[in-house]
Design a protein around this ligand. Sequence first.
Ligand SMILES: [Zn+2]
Length: 434
Amino acid sequence: MSDVLWIRNGRVVDPANHRDEPGDLFAVDGLLVESLSRAQKKSARVIDAAGLVVAPGFVDIHVHLREPGQTHKESIATGSRAAAAGGFTTIVCMPNTAPPADNVGTIQQIQDAIRRDAVVNVHPTGCITRNMAGEALANIGSLRKVGIVAITDDGRCVQNNEIMRRALEYAHMFNLPVMDHCQDASLTEEAVMNEGCWSLRLGLKGWPNAAEDIIVSRNTILAAYTQASIHMQHISSRYAVSLIRRAKARGIPISAEASPHHIALTDESCRFYDTNFKMNPPVREEIDRQAIIEGLLDGTLDCIATDHAPHTDYEKDMEFDRAPFGVIGMETALAVSLENLVHAGHCDLPFLISLMTAKPSQILRLGKGTLSPGAEADICVFDPDESWVVDSDRFQSRSANCPWNGQRLRGRARFTLVRGRLVWDGQQILDPDG
Ligand SMILES: [Zn+2]
């Protein structure tokens, strides 16, 4: 007998199909369908979505799952559960694992773990250069064959322009997107927070906007020259936003993302030396935060991506200059984005949903992020107004390095479904094997 799903009485929002209306959503055997027969309705599993938003499952094209090598921080099992709890049904993991995912064996190991342990769709990326050392290209063609969806040296930007040019040309031949973490390393040696009056006051080494702006400029020049597209990760600088805006106006094939912490926080948040506000690139000034929001609103920045970066408490619990960079993000991304974009009056709900579904999916050509009939029933049902207090000890993620811990936020995923199967019910993960 077929498996029938009926989500009733919700506000169905599917930006890719310009749909925003009260209604129902149906799926049969994991695929969305237009309607159900009377007999199908009788046998359906029913989810009551009254007062809730029914959206495509969110897509996060920038997460760190730490497997293989650092599963004390996170694993494909725990990271994919954190995704489900945050309403994400498709995530893309970065290759800066230990060892780095620069070879077929490591990618296959990741793919095996995904098949075995993941509760949402997980797609791996591969390195641009061998060992992420920035010196010689990885074997991009063979990585493509084992299913990577993009290449990136995220965390260690390729500094050599010739190598970056070759990477773009090769990736273009294989029709593989290139993602870049834009950071000129010579400008950020020992830097730990944004360079400005707060770094001066706190006595911490500053990280100038220029470190990002220079690489964003380099990338737009190389993208124009090679006609290969580059996706620029976690943009933090106001100047970078305007560089990308002008390059796009000239038709250069680039895209870019913003992370929830860069639309929510400024460098003032480092004032108590709390290492849960130490990230790469750093949170910057209010004028940068505003520029990033404007960039999302006018399409300069294409999507939201969390840069979910788990670290244990014993790693984060040390002096600000010595702690690792990064914060976790998947279990707060919806609430933080709602608060700073929708509840703050910058955009409506369908626009935010597009930034977290169809748009990121398009960048990496994942074919996700819509509620079109025939698509896999990857769905997030959420309450945009539910008020809750963040308790990172109760997260699905193995790590708790969250800058919003203890704070009250609004907006929470109530049901997350992958191919029609309920994996998160608002309280717990429903394990397929359990
Ligand atoms: Zn990065």
